[in-house]
Design a protein around this ligand. Structure first.
Ligand code: OFO
Length: 166
């Protein structure tokens, strides 16, 4: 059975995963209308779906453990970007915030001696290592490319491969 504070913290994480899904959906849509960024757009559509799965996994766990998973209210995410570079910076910033939040959940689980939740959260810990790394690698590549159009062409062409390796 989940304690009240644990349940509340997990529901906050549900909201954060939903907000991630929304944020990446906005990135997908913005990229979709930029010339030559079709694969970047596809990448974020997929990323958005993945975040929804993270949210669902949490909701099912909360209910399974005797809590009540609440569908959160969401605000509008950032929908337009100065450019591809600033969009990917937002992406990394967001993933770092999610990792911090997962870490806080893990320490709360330990504090509460809730080892079932602690065990469940390990999946998210590994997932965040992967997601943060991916976002960082993509930012590094964009940094390297700078204003080079052909570099950007290759970046878009190859971006889905960085997902397939996962
Ligand atoms: Fe849910 O993994 Fe990214 O945010």
């Amino acid at each position: 059975m989940l304690s009240k504070p644990m349940q509340e913290a997990l529901n906050n994480q549900v909201k954060l995963e939903a907000a991630s899904s929304y944020a990446y959906l906005a990135m997908a849509s913005w990229s979709d209308i930029q010339p030559g960024l079709n694969n970047v757009s596809e990448y974020f559509f997929k990323q958005s779906d993945e975040e929804r799965i993270h949210m669902l996994k949490l909701m099912r766990f909360i209910n399974e453990r005797g809590g009540f998973a609440m569908v959160p209210t969401l605000g509008q995410p950032i929908v337009t970007f100065k450019g591809i570079k600033s969009m990917f910076e937002e992406f990394l910033k967001h993933e770092i915030a999610v990792s911090d939040s997962i870490n806080d959940l893990v320490s709360l689980a330990l504090q509460e001696k809730d080892y079932a939740t602690h065990n469940f959260l390990q999946w998210y810990v590994s997932e965040q290592i992967e997601e943060e790394k991916n976002a960082r690698v993509l930012n590094d590549k964009l940094e390297m490319i700078g204003e080079d159009k052909s570099g950007l062409y290759l970046f878009d062409r190859d971006i889905m491969m960085t997902r397939q390796k996962r």
